[in-house]
Design a protein around this ligand. Structure first.
Ligand code: AMP
Ligand code: MG
Length: 403
């Protein structure tokens, strides 16, 4: 199998992925979830003509020449409407959020009124509609307020509640089972024996999954034996995605691919023209009666995180039906870069969004052993396979590392 171009690999992954089912969630759980169908208002906002100020509801024509005295015949507070109608020469004491009584068409603010007993003297004129928020001015019943596919913000939750929804329809979170593989791995926080390393990938990947809108399920560490891998893979049943890290190349101990195939995975591809991260595979299997997407990431921590950004985040986005499952942005190089080899290169760097167009500075060293440079980076510059050397100022595509 020759090396598959990244764009083709991504297309093949996204082409087989379909949006998951819908569930209703309480507003308190809605932020960060993906809206499954449009939010249509059940209400007018405001629901009635409402006063925007504390003052007096009047007939504008009664205050056309001032000063003028009016009789106060009632009160309208928020939630306590005045039930009668206003007649010529009358005023109603009203407070912010109070329903404007029938017959009134303006609110005189209290600062422009002298009040004594049941009579007031209005000192300033008020035109029709003054200080009134008309019914439905903001939005109306049946207005589409939020489109499907949006990752709900705090502001979306607010308008969902304002428009009469107690729950919102969202796409079920994809469950992503994460399996680390390797005889050398020790759970983080434990002392390392000779030749051992801290098993970091699953933690970084779980954080990526959660930030991308999925639900991470830890499968622990499989040792480099068929039996151990089979045991852990069987624990992935029910997950929508199974992500493995390590054991994906062709070394003697790289058993993940054959173990997955034995567990029913049909391999779509397993080598990508990408740097870092050549040994990446993707396949599908039926697990627990449903399709499970199997993504085998490289063991190298930098490679596994970059491959997760390039393939796993868009896959989760597609399962969620997100409107923008992945977003490469345009920037210009702040520094020249050398010619690229035959694999599309994802260079760690820093993005300056304060200039237009944004400027990106790739780090000098792109050694995939350097976890610290990944941690410091806030973006990946996408350099196409076989691209010639590029000078500063050249437009490039950039993937933000905002999760
Ligand atoms: P492998 O693909 O299994 O040969 O792993 C490639 C490199 O990544 C080796 O140096 C592994 O020790 C390292 N590695 C594999 N899995 C992990 C992990 N979960 N966390 C940190 N490093 C890992
Ligand atoms: Mg290994």
């Amino acid at each position: 199998m020759s090396l598959l171009p990244v764009a083709e690999a991504l297309t093949r992954i996204l082409d087989v992925a379909t949006t998951l089912e819908t569930e209703d969630v309480d507003l308190l759980q809605a932020r960060g979830r993906t809206l499954a169908s449009p939010v249509v208002s059940k209400l007018n906002n405001p629901p009635f003509d409402a006063s925007a100020m504390d003052g007096y509801a009047v007939r504008a024509e009664d205050v056309a020449s001032v000063p003028v005295s009016l009789n106060v015949v009632g009160e309208a507070g928020a939630g306590r409407p005045f039930t009668g109608a206003l007649r010529k020469g009358e005023a109603i004491r009203i407070f912010t959020g109070g329903s404007v009584p029938d017959g009134a068409d303006a609110i005189v603010i209290q600062e422009n009124v002298d009040a004594s007993g049941p009579t007031i003297t209005v000192r300033e004129t008020a035109s029709v509609g003054a200080n009134i928020r008309p019914q439905g001015e903001d939005f109306r019943k049946d207005d589409v307020l939020i489109e499907a596919g949006r990752c709900l913000t705090a502001r979306d939750v607010l308008i969902g509640a304002s428009s009469g929804h107690g729950k919102l329809p969202v796409v079920r979170k994809p469950v992503v089972a994460i399996l680390s593989t390797g005889d050398e791995l020790v759970s983080p926080g434990n002392p390392l024996g000779p030749g051992q390393i801290s098993a970091s990938n699953a933690y970084g990947l779980a954080a990526v999954v959660e930030a991308a809108g999925g639900e991470a399920r830890f499968l622990g560490i499989a040792r480099d034996t068929f039996a151990s891998l089979e045991d852990r893979i069987s624990a992935a049943a029910g997950a929508d995605i199974l992500v493995t890290s390590g054991g994906a190349s062709v070394g003697d101990h790289d058993l993940v691919r054959p173990a997955l195939e034995k567990a029913g995975a049909k391999l779509e591809f397993y080598k990508i023209a990408m740097r870092p991260g050549k040994p990446l595979f993707f396949g599908l299997r039926a697990a627990d009666g449903k399709t499970q997407y199997c993504l085998g990431l490289p063991g190298n921590p930098v490679s596994s995180m970059i491959c997760a950004r390039v393939f796993l985040v868009p896959l989760i986005g597609r399962l969620l039906g997100r409107e923008t499952p992945f977003q490469a942005i345009e920037a210009v190089l702040a520094e020249p870069i050398p010619a690229n080899g035959p694999r599309q290169h994802y260079m760690r760097g820093l993005l300056d969004m304060s200039s237009a167009p944004p400027r990106v500075t790739p780090f000098k060293s792109q050694d995939s052993g350097l976890i610290k440079s990944l941690q410091r980076a806030d973006c990946l510059v996408v350099v196409p396979a076989d691209a010639p050397a590029q000078s500063a100022g050249t437009p490039v595509k950039v993937l933000k590392l905002d999760i």
